[in-house]
Design a protein around this ligand. Sequence first.
Ligand SMILES: [Cu+2]
Length: 672
Amino acid sequence: MIHIFVCKLVLGAGLSAMAVPAFSQTAQQADSVDSKEVTLSEVTVTSAVGAGRKVAGKGHTASIEEHLLQLNNVTMIRRGSYAWEPVVNNMTTERVSTTIDGMKIFYACTDKMDPVTSYVESGNLQRIRLDAGLDGNPQATGNIGGSIDLKLRKAGFAAKPQEYNATAGYESNGHLQVYGIDAAFSSSKIYANMGAFYRHAGNYKAGGNEEVGFSQFRKVNTFLNLGWQPRQNHIIEGTVIFDRATDVGYPALNMDVSDATGLITSLSYRHEYLQGFFSRWESKVYYNHITHNMDDTGRPDVVIHMDMPGRSSTAGLYSLLQGTRGNHQFQLNYDAYHNTLFADMTMYVKGAKPMYMLTWPDVGTINSGLALSDDISLGARHSLRISAKGSWQHRRINNDEGFRALSIYFPGMSRTNSDFSGRVAASYSYHQGRWKFSVGTGYGNRTPTVTEAYGYFLNNTFDRYDYIGNPALKNESAIEVNASASLTGNPIEARLEVNTFFFQNYIIGIPDSRLSAMTIGAAGVKLYQNLPSAQIVNATVNLNWQILRWLRWENNIRYSYGKENTGAWLPLIAPFSYQSKCKVLWGNVEAEVGTEVVARQNNFSQKYGETLTPGYNIWHINAGWRFNLGKVLCDLHVGIDNIFDHYYSTYSDWNHIPQKGRNIYTNISLQF
Ligand SMILES: [Cu+2]
């Protein structure tokens, strides 16, 4: 009887994390682990209007990438103005796990034009959870750098009976337009929320009014989330996302995308407030399919026209049990998925027969893993967290032709490969008044990606090398050590965080002079190899000062370092940066002015094809106003990015394509 009573209060799943924090603790315990001081950070994307917290400036029209950039450990690789690649702790996709509500999903482009984060829209997102380093979320595998989980926005059973939102935004630079509508319906038995988003942009202009050709894009995203509670605490939920980007330009690459389409579906069952050892059980089955078509027909001076499609499909499931006993908060997760990756390329040489090549030879991957974690409270001041995951993986090259082509370079190679990988992590936290101190360590490894193991002459425009995979690669492993100290409360908030990763068998492409390139103009061929060792260090300082009740000053300093065993710098390691902003919050008005100062990238990696990136300094300003128009809640923002129209590019702008020049934007959100 008691448990029925409690549950009535709790089942506000979706928005509850923000709106009902007192009750959401148990229902979302996986996400609100207290002792995980060092490695967990989150950014709230959508919160109920009026809840007092939301993203400044771009508001509801911000892209997922813009939301991700608010996280301390995240930077972005940019190949154009669409679909940036998240980098966590200076590690790119290979070392980062990205999931959507715990679902595995793999991009379908051999050139990384479509990171998983590009298939979700802000309007369908509740928040982004980032677990930095090896202490990943339960569904994550191969997450040495960290794991990102995109939590979808679900109306839940305890929300308003109905709610409608409409959003529109405009940015002067590139004439970017964003339109979104969504609707949510909620009752104690059934909820549904659905929406559609449309984005459209032309070429943007870099500082000094220089137009960046092939930087346009168009994107449509629709979603539907459904929930049904046939009996108290027994919840069935379903999700469908359909996302399609067309006419996407990639100024940093030789090719554009004619269409990239993702279909993401899931069905889950949750049982809340179980009696006994476990208090919550959630199981999900899912399927997603991505098709990606590259296109160079819009480009001038194409010597050899190429068709390069790719596709990825993943079917999987997970089952998560959570419980609390005494001073333990534990969870146990089983997950399994099957993914297939296929990509090929046809080259049309004038006056000759077309040349055909399999770049991803239809590789099937079966992966199955078991994860556990336990958060142990040791009295009022001390806490301990341990987590571990082991995964078994089996791979097979399904395409005969692809297998034969690779066998020429690797005689006697096996068509299948089985592997075990895993991770363990432990952290300890100490609280004393306003202070918290944490230290943590971990060990883990990852299996090579399909590109690293079986990629076939994939041209990389960054260093102009053709890459071929190496089926004989060993798993890459790393030891992580991290520490943080933080001071919370008023008026000063401070946080220092340092982490370091010691790699063994670090996987990277090394030039192989015995091989000759396929791509015209390529500098040579690189073969993926294991380096004996490498090291990455990241340090962040946050210093926030609540100067007055309505005035806040936030500062962020980041420093990173990455070297391989020979002493050479690793590529794509962020230079020293400083961000500072002043925020004003006065009644229904908020405003922000800020700057970003980035040092010259002195430690660029000549060995791996990087060139010097000069330092830069840019400024932004924005203001927002929330007001009522009759019964309609309105949220209006205006802002200017890169106020002084500075011409610059960051270290992670592919081939130094310039960033946007001055950009004046405005957006409005209405809630009915
Ligand atoms: Cu592509």
